[in-house]
Design a protein around this ligand. Structure first.
Ligand SMILES: Cc1cc2nc3c(=O)[nH]c(=O)nc-3n(C[C@H](O)[C@H](O)[C@H](O)COP(=O)(O)OP(=O)(O)OC[C@H]3O[C@@H](n4cnc5c(N)ncnc54)[C@H](O)[C@@H]3O)c2cc1C
Length: 375
């Protein structure tokens, strides 16, 4: 157990913090209005070395720790626009490919992602199932030297951007396999993005497969073993979601302190009131608890500790709802002004709700943790 960040991690944290202020904050209003992220953002993340941060250098990555990745996600999330998903998705899906795919796949697909030329998506959710991926109905039928994919996926982040994806589909035996696909292949089609209540940087679309051909060699891992790969990715993403929740909660506290100091009530700044200080103290206490659980889980994954997948579920079970509470406390502290778009606090609350509260099945995570306790 370590409590200090390494010099490299401190450097990455500062890099991500500066990047967020310099490159993300200036486009927040534009993204909120248009619901679209400027495509050059991917390249910008890559130019400062934040894409593929945990991937080996031979594939264009930086070979940094999982904790470094969490620190990046935490910093970018502070803008409250959902931009952290762009970097977190690319990094965690890239990690999955690196962990499970063949050398040929890694050499072909990872370097363009690290260069910010291609965007990664993960495709498992379907109209009839999200929190129970075993119910996937998309099919992968082996025909000679390729698989034929048919089906539909829902809410897929950046599936409308050029690049690659890890697709989960059922084979002839009803078992789930994982494939790397290219998002411009024939038979691949997307709808326009959903209009969401928050996290507007993230574009989520439905995807349709109509006899899309995937070469046999694009199978990731063994045929029929895709569910284990999906569980691995989901666990890795839980640490990222916890890190994003942390960043959003920190930004909510920062905004609340600023507001409490500026806002004059009858006797002076609102911050002087004991009740307001108690609210700030509650926010800070919860933030520190999220921080240490999240950092600990990132370190467990770094160490490949056998319990890291269960701990990631535990982490998310605590981090996401707690960050929701923190942003709500901040929103209440802003009172009527918090309900206007003149203040950032409303955006932060919606980002944590929309991005992580709703898109994540907390109940399923509780079942993972609870189940592990009685086994
Ligand atoms: C912004 C956003 C981005 C997304 N990006 C992607 C993406 O890139 N790729 C992708 O594949 N998917 C993506 N998703 C989909 C996301 O993974 C699903 O929304 C999520 O898995 C939950 O599925 P669902 O919405 O279908 O909820 P459902 O599965 O319908 O669940 C509904 C509710 O039932 C609860 N529940 C489920 N099972 C149990 C149980 N056993 N006991 C008690 N309660 C239970 C759940 O916790 C939830 O509250 C995204 C979603 C959003 C909103």
């Amino acid at each position: 157990m370590r409590f200090d960040l390494t010099e490299e991690e401190l450097m990455v944290q500062k890099l991500a913090r500066d990047f967020t202020v310099r490159e993300v904050e200036p486009v927040v209003e534009q993204i909120e209005k248009t619901n679209q992220t400027p495509r050059e953002m991917l390249k910008k993340f890559s130019e400062v070395g934040l894409l593929g941060i945990t991937l080996p250098k031979e594939y264009g990555g930086s070979g940094a720790s999982v904790l470094s990745d969490a620190l990046v996600v935490e910093e970018v999330a502070k803008s409250g626009i959902g931009m952290e998903w762009l970097v977190s998705m690319n990094n965690s899906i890239g990690d999955t490919i690196n962990h499970f795919a063949s050398e040929d796949i890694k050499r072909k697909y990872l370097p363009p992602v690290c260069r910010g030329e291609q965007c990664l998506s993960i495709l498992f959710t379907e109209p009839a199932t999200g929190s129970d991926p075993k119910m996937i109905t998309t099919t992968a039928r082996l025909e000679g030297d390729h698989y034929v994919i048919n089906g539909e996926k829902r809410f897929i982040s950046w599936a409308n951007w050029g690049g690659y994806g890890t697709l989960y589909a059922k084979d002839e035996e009803g078992k789930i396999s994982c494939f790397v696909i290219e998002k411009n292949w024939e038979g691949y089609k997307t709808d326009p993005p959903y209009q969401k209540i928050g996290g507007h940087a993230q574009e989520s679309v439905d995807v349709y497969f109509n006899d899309m051909k995937v070469p046999k060699e694009n199978l990731v891992g063994e045929k029929g073993k895709g569910f284990e790969i999906l569980l691995w990715w989901i666990a890795a993403e839980k640490i990222q979601q916890s890190a994003a929740s942390l960043g959003i909660a920190e930004a909510a506290l920062e905004e609340s302190i600023k507001y409490a100091k500026d806002r004059l009530l009858r006797s002076g700044p609102m911050a002087n009131l004991q009740g307001i200080q108690w609210t700030l103290a509650e926010m800070k206490t919860r933030i520190e608890a999220i921080r240490w659980l999240t950092y600990k889980c990132a370190c467990l994954r770094d160490e490949q500790a056998p319990n890291w997948l269960t701990m990631a579920a535990l982490c998310k079970t605590f981090a996401v709802p707690t960050a929701e509470e923190v942003t709500l406390l901040g929103l209440r502290l802003h009172s009527g002004y918090g309900y206007t778009t003149d203040f950032k606090i409303g955006r932060l609350h919606k980002a944590v709700l929309g991005g992580f509260g709703i898109a994540t099945s907390i109940e399923v995570n509780k079942s993972i943790v609870g189940g592990s306790l009685i086994r």
